[in-house]
Design a protein around this ligand. Structure first.
Ligand code: UD1
Ligand code: MG
Length: 450
């Protein structure tokens, strides 16, 4: 249990020019959720008392994404310390722990944040705790200088570092926890006399020391704090997130036959003994109950699938598809905004949109709900135990009663009563011998062409 109040400051004012995008960087998506959305979810897991997101002046879209949580605007991007300063008013009077993290590191986990907060309460009462890491390639990260006794002495930015300092492998991951009582005293003393001419948050360590306060370092995993600067990194982080989500799905009892070909969303929920064949895409908002089989090449988004159902191959379940137990959806079937009751079958080549289908109903191959008249969408209501013959067009709005039968090839424009047979197609004519006469005429065996 945490006794000290917690505030989180999420830095997201960076323009992200290397994304070459019209949208702020943190709004790009990983596993169906914006990067800032991931970070906010992780932060919320800590149940902080205050959260503030620091954004640039032209980032209303980011403010809307994090709402109702508040934002603070950093007028000009003068560095990470200046970004924290932008949160000062939001934190007025706050004396607990202040966690500072970045909006473009969606893989960070709340356990890591918790470890930093815990270290803030070390008996040495550090003014600041920094997350360190040892990446394979230390690249241009800030380097951590740690004393032989293990105390964090300073952080030196790559551009300002000597060759000896650049040779250090322990790097600054960017996440820090401050004692809120000392935070702004320290921030106010940070200058910008450095290679970039920026106010570096990393200088907090040296300034704390000069004031007689200690600093600590907690080492974390470099992959967790990978940031996105360009599209290639967006793809790399997507890959890492997918690996994590597939693991979670399998750990909770789903079989992914070929995990690397299954694309999950941050909120995909797969029940026990769900079997997912290769090449399936789960968009956001999919909930699958136990014992469901999803065959290859299905695409699902904002749908619920009940226990024991079988989906695909090649099915597309769009938002609002709500399937009860033991439903069968076969190949080349598209379902949107429709409730399908238990035991019903839609096995081949159908479009079911804005419909309700009762229990134990059989929808024949090629059945289409004609839900759109070019202006508005209309509903189709089909009862229980109905048999819809193949190649039926149901022109909505229309209702089909329980136990009704619809003849194949029908165009149904009027409501059908319970237990009725509806046939709506041209009556068949059979002209005996006509085919033979026709062929004879064409091949000249018969003279009379009149
Ligand atoms: C920073 C650290 C570096 C660390 C690295 C880890 C500093 C001075 N350096 O460097 O030691 O190794 O992160 O990734 O802190 N931001 C603002 N306003 C600003 C500047 C930045 O909101 O004026 C935000 C950015 O949107 C981003 C984060 O702060 O989310 C980090 O900024 P960035 O420019 O990426 O810092 P680095 O130079 O990578
Ligand atoms: Mg960076």
């Amino acid at each position: 249990m945490r006794h000290t109040p917690l505030a989180c400051v999420v830095l997201a004012a960076g323009r992200g020019t290397r994304m070459k995008s019209a949208y702020p960087k943190v709004l790009h998506r990983i596993a169906g959720r914006t990067m800032i959305g991931h970070v906010m979810a992780t932060v919320q897991a800590l149940d902080p008392d205050h959260t503030v997101v620091v954004i640039g002046p032209d980032m209303d879209a980011v403010a809307r994404e994090v709402a109702p949580l508040p934002t603070a605007v950093q007028a000009r991007q003068l560095g990470t310390a200046d970004a924290v300063r932008a949160a000062r008013e939001s934190l007025a009077g706050f004396t607990g722990d202040v966690l500072v993290l970045y909006g473009d590191t969606p893989l960070v986990q709340s356990e890591t944040l918790q470890a930093l907060i815990t270290a803030r309460h070390h008996p040495s009462d550090p003014a600041v705790v920094v997350l360190g890491m040892r990446p394979n390639d230390p690249a241009r990260y800030g380097r951590l200088v740690v004393s032989p006794r293990g105390e964090l002495e300073k952080i030196i930015e790559y551009l300002d570092a000597t060759p000896d300092e650049r040779a250090l492998t322990l790097c600054n991951a960017g996440l820090m926890v401050f004692d809120g009582m000392r935070l702004f005293d320290i921030i106010d003393r940070i200058g910008n006399d450095n290679a970039k001419g920026e106010y570096y948050l990393t200088d907090a360590v040296t300034i704390a020391r000069a004031s007689g306060y200690s600093s600590r370092m907690v080492e974390g995993s470099p992959t967790e704090v990978l940031g996105v600067n360009a599209r290639v990194e967006l793809a790399e982080i997507e890959h890492l997130m997918q690996t994590r989500l597939r693991r979670l799905a399998m750990d909770s009892g789903a079989t992914l036959v070929d995990p690397s070909s299954v694309h999950l969303s941050h909120d995909t929920r797969l029940g026990r003994d769900v079997v997912v064949a290769p090449n399936v895409v789960f968009g956001p908002g999919v909930e699958v109950e136990d014992d469901v089989e999803i065959r290859s090449f299905c695409h699902l988004e904002h749908v619920r699938i009940g226990t024991g159902s079988t989906i695909g191959p090649f099915a597309r379940l769009r938002p609002g598809a709500d399937l009860a137990a033991d439903v069968q959806v076969g190949n080349f079937v598209e379902i949107k905004n429709s409730r399908i009751e238990s035991g019903s079958k839609i096995n081949h080549l159908s479009y079911i949109g804005d419909a309700a289908i009762g229990a134990g109903t059989n929808i024949g191959a090629g059945t289409i709900t004609c839900n759109y008249d070019g202006f508005a969408k209309h509903r189709t209501d089909i009862g229980s135990g109905v048999f819809v013959g193949s190649n039926t067009a149901l022109v909505a709005p229309v209702t089909v009663g329980d136990q009704a039968i619809i003849g194949a090839g029908s165009v149904i424009t009027n409501d059908v009563a319970d237990n009725a047979l509806a046939v709506g197609r041209a009556r068949q004519r059979v002209l005996g011998g006509w085919a033979e006469r026709f062929r004879d005429m064409k091949t000249g065996k018969r003279a009379d062409s009149t």
